[in-house]
Ligand binder design. Structure first.
Ligand SMILES: Cc1cc2nc3c(=O)[nH]c(=O)nc-3n(C[C@H](O)[C@H](O)[C@H](O)COP(=O)(O)O)c2cc1C
Length: 288
């Protein structure tokens, strides 16, 4: 099932959700077997910011009956650290590389997009305007006009295709998607995590070091499917659908709702080879 994603040729439609599969650690654990049977048809990096970040204080994860709440808080080496340490290793992956970036201002986002787009190793750029753990991310992606201003600002700075990752914590994600499309986005991806909270049963205080976190996994699948359907009906650009996908049946549901590609997130923590299994199950379902 070959896919043309914004002019980039993929051998199939299965991606990873940003921040849910550490390809560098997986290569260390599985060696070159990872490259021979790589679980995704394109690889999305975890979100990088301009300056290095420590992330949120622990604990960072809480398991819900059907998923996770995370408050990771975007720990990363920053743009220069990413170029120096991660990019050379990610460039060895056998699939196109999508770099996810997040800026705390439009200028910062512009610098990230411009610098990432200068690198031959980078096929596409994903704008994370939807991370609910960091205040500005919520503001930018929750409002159509703010999203449009961000995309208009960065669009002239690169010729790489731009994917805007939408937050489900918006009043009308389809309106945000349309605004992104009109401002020059080449694709949209959704959903990022939904805002959630867990209490420590002993202290009755918030469990997560970041107080609140993002809910993902099977618990969010029905919400994600509805949002993917309404966004796909509102835009003409490709939609990358995700949120609780754990089987080929789920992936095919998202594609029936209008997604051109799907991404696997939380399921990767349960089964690092989930991408391979889901691609095979999807192939059986659609008969390829
Ligand atoms: C532990 C964890 C870390 C994540 N990190 C990022 C990130 O760095 N950037 C981002 O855009 N989304 C991040 N996400 C969101 C996922 O990419 C995905 O949008 C979301 O989890 C929904 O898919 P899922 O239900 O299949 O996990 C993260 C999710 C989890 C669970």
């Amino acid at each position: 099932m070959k896919i043309d994603l914004c002019g980039i040729q993929l051998a199939g439609p299965v991606l990873n959700g940003s921040g849910t599969f550490d390809a560098i650690a997986a290569r260390r654990a599985f060696g070159d077997a990872l490259l021979e049977r790589f679980p995704f048809h394109a690889f999305v990096s975890k979100t990088i910011t301009l300056a290095p970040r420590e992330g949120n204080p622990p604990p960072r994860l809480w398991e819900t009956p059907a998923g996770l709440i995370n408050s990771i808080g975007l720990p990363n080496k920053g743009l220069e650290g990413f170029f120096a340490h991660d990019l050379p290793e990610l460039a060895e992956l056998p699939v196109p590389l999508i770099v996810s970036v997040m800026g705390f201002s439009r200028d910062e986002l512009g610098t990230l997009v411009q610098r990432a787009g200068e690198r031959d190793e980078v096929a596409l750029i994903e704008l994370n305007v939807s991370c609910p753990n960091v205040e500005t991310g919520l503001v930018m992606g929750a409002d159509p006009a703010e999203t449009a201003r961000a995309v208009e600002h960065v669009r002239p700075l690169t010729d790489r295709p731009l994917i805007v990752k939408l937050t489900p914590n918006a009043t009308d994600p389809a309106a945000v998607a349309s605004a992104a499309e009109q401002a020059g986005a080449d694709a949209v991806s959704l959903i990022n995590t939904l805002k959630g909270m867990a209490l420590d049963p002993r202290t009755r205080q918030p469990w997560l070091g970041g107080t609140t976190g993002g809910v993902s996994g099977p618990a969010v699948r029905a919400i994600a499917l509805e949002q993917v359907g309404s966004v796909a009906a509102a835009v003409g650009i490709p939609v990358i659908g995700m949120g609780g996908i754990a089987s080929g049946r789920h992936a095919s549901d998202f594609m029936s709702a209008g997604a051109a590609c799907v991404a696997i997130g939380t399921e990767n923590f349960r089964d690092p080879a989930a991408g391979l299994r889901i691609a095979a199950e999807l192939g059986e379902r659609v008969g390829v």
